[in-house]
Design a protein around this ligand. Structure first.
Ligand code: CDP
Length: 241
């Protein structure tokens, strides 16, 4: 395997690429994207966190996003940015300057976020920010439409899948570790509902890009999936332009 330092030694010229990781809810996209970005010293952006933060704004301020005027007002008020947390070495999402990384994982947000994410105006606003962040490449972004809509030119596209029961188990453990209350049944029905909305919506539905590499990680450890995707990334990083 070739790492960036060895590549420099052998005078291979590493180039910055865009890595898009898409897939269903809770199949390990964020874990993979975060670890991969850290290994490559790339920026990591969790695009789902942006939709969640906008949803949080609507919930907190009791704004009805189904009414066009309220939607417009709410969207213009919700300023989404990221701030780097040196402890977690992650870009954490901020809503109007306040870090909301923890709050957006709440089930109240999870229950509603996919309804909001269906809306064209919401998607256009998020995609604009995402493209701006990725304009200099050197980025790993995970979500639903990253390889199809946000960065169709991404040099590496991964479509991650995992068995449903395993996805429920992972989300249950994740929320428990964060001290967020949710039963397995509640999580299962939320994942099912979001998968359905995300795959059937009119605007940028979740689909595998034709040039994406599908990886089912049900039986892979985080380290194994990282090694696999890191090798794919290095092939592209070191490929002659
Ligand atoms: O982490 P999890 O799999 O639960 O989902 P997420 O990445 O936090 O995304 C939350 C929701 O935002 C998804 O269910 C989608 O409805 C929406 N989303 C989207 O529409 N497009 C994206 N690029 C990312 C998320």
């Amino acid at each position: 395997m070739i790492c960036i330092l060895c590549a420099n030694f052998f005078r291979l010229t590493p180039r910055k690429i865009i890595i898009a990781i898409d897939g269903f809810a809770s199949c390990g996209k964020s874990t993979l994207a975060r670890q991969l970005a850290a290994r490559l010293q790339y920026i990591y952006i969790d695009s789902g966190a942006m939709y969640r933060a906008v949803m949080l704004h609507f919930l907190k301020n009791n704004i009805d996003f189904t009414r066009p005027e309220s939607l417009k007002k709410g969207l213009s008020e919700a300023k989404i940015t990221f701030s780097f947390n040196p402890e977690t070495r992650t870009n954490e999402v901020c809503l109007n300057g306040r870090n909301v990384e923890q709050e957006i994982r709440d089930m109240r947000v999870s229950t509603k976020v996919s309804e909001l994410s269906k809306i064209k105006e919401v998607r256009q606003a998020m995609v604009k920010i995402q493209r701006e962040i990725g304009k200099d490449k050197g980025i790993v972004m995970d979500g639903r439409d990253i390889g199809t809509v946000v960065f169709p030119q991404a040099e590496l596209k991964i479509f991650l899948t995992a068995d449903f029961d395993e996805r429920v188990r992972r989300r249950y453990e994740e929320l428990k570790a964060k001290g967020i209350a949710a039963s397995r049944e509640e999580i299962a029905s939320n994942l099912r509902a979001r998968d359905l909305i995300d795959t059937t919506r009119k605007e940028s539905p979740l689909v595998k890009a034709p040039d994406a590499i599908e990886i089912n990680n049900t039986h892979l450890t985080p380290e194994e999936q990282l090694e696999k995707v890191y090798a794919l990334a290095m092939e592209r990083i070191l490929a002659p332009a």
